[in-house]
Design a protein around this ligand. Structure first.
Ligand SMILES: Nc1nc2c(ncn2[C@@H]2O[C@H](COP(=O)(O)OP(=O)(O)OP(=O)(O)O)[C@@H](O)[C@H]2O)c(=O)[nH]1
Ligand SMILES: [Mg+2]
Length: 263
């Protein structure tokens, strides 16, 4: 087997934003640790995690700021999205108001964050609707990305977590389509007109979680980012802002022990 060619690790600061309880921390937990917890605590301040994502020609090391969605923490957000190269703005597909909040975050990012920030709009809790097939396999790349209908085959062993059952397998709890308050087409159209990547996902089932980060990694304009030596792996820092652990995301160093993300 050929040795892997040394590739440069590029650090990417990524921030998660969105209304409280839409599943930001759960998406991060799924991505970083391949895990899901039904009983999370609301994030206080923000939590910090890292996870690597391997692309064909480089390794992207995401430095992830998982912010608190509660309104009282809103004023802290600029601290976390400042200088971010990527943002994941999350809403809950079973809660229409959360899309409105997501739109407000997008607007704020477009006004105040990096001009070339890559923003992904993610509708979470896909497992709660029975029509989850609409985006089970298909990230709906509304993005500013060009050809975009490619299926992420190369990275797929990571793209869905090992524990990922088919979306339909997650007992949609007989809630059927009634649980869905945000039609896929509506969110996709908004994402397209705003130049965002767009996915529906489920942190619980693992659906499309890896894809979100992989697609972001592919979309970042790396020419504008200073490469870091590949040896900077060591520990994951855990210098979260107001509260380092926030109780809902383990920042322990087993982040790559479980294959939750791209790598
Ligand atoms: N069914 C389902 N529940 C989910 C999913 N993602 C998160 N949840 C649940 O939603 C609740 C809130 O999840 P969190 O990840 O804490 O939400 P958050 O956006 O981080 O919330 P804040 O930290 O308060 O901003 C928890 O009970 C999770 O178990 C999902 O994909 N499907
Ligand atoms: Mg949280």
């Amino acid at each position: 087997m050929a040795e892997e060619t040394p590739v440069k690790a590029v650090q990417v600061k990524l921030v998660l934003l969105g209304e409280a309880a839409v599943g930001k921390s759960s998406l991060v937990l799924r991505f970083c640790q391949g895990d899901f917890n039904e009983n999370t605590s609301p994030t206080i301040g923000a939590a910090f995690l890292t996870q690597k994502c391997r692309l064909e020609n480089r390794i992207v090391k995401f430095e992830i700021w998982d912010t608190a969605g509660q309104e009282r923490f809103h004023s802290l957000a600029p601290m976390y999205y400042r200088n971010a190269q990527a943002a994941v703005v999350v809403y809950d597909i079973t809660k229409a108001a959360s899309l409105e909040k997501a739109k407000a975050w997008v607007k704020e990012l477009q006004r105040q964050a990096n001009a070339n920030i890559v923003i992904a709009l993610v509708g979470n809790k896909l497992d709660l609707v029975s029509d989850s097939t609409s985006s089970d396999a298909a990230p709906v790349p509304a993005a500013a990305t060009e050809e975009s209908t490619e299926t992420p085959e190369d990275d797929d062993e990571s793209s869905s977590d090992p524990s990922t059952p088919p979306a339909t397998a997650t007992s949609a709890t007989a809630e059927s389509d009634d649980a869905r308050q945000v039609p896929t087409a509506e969110a996709a159209a908004y994402a397209k007109e705003s130049g965002l990547l767009f996915f529906e996902a489920s942190a619980k089932a693992g659906t499309n979680v890896g894809e979100v980060f992989t697609e972001i990694a592919k979309t970042i304009p790396f020419d504008t980012i200073t490469p870091k030596p590949a040896t900077t792996q060591g520990g994951n820092r855990r210098n979260a802002g107001a509260n380092e652990n926030a109780g809902n995301v383990s920042l322990g160093d087993g982040q790559q022990a479980k294959k939750g993300g791209c790598c």
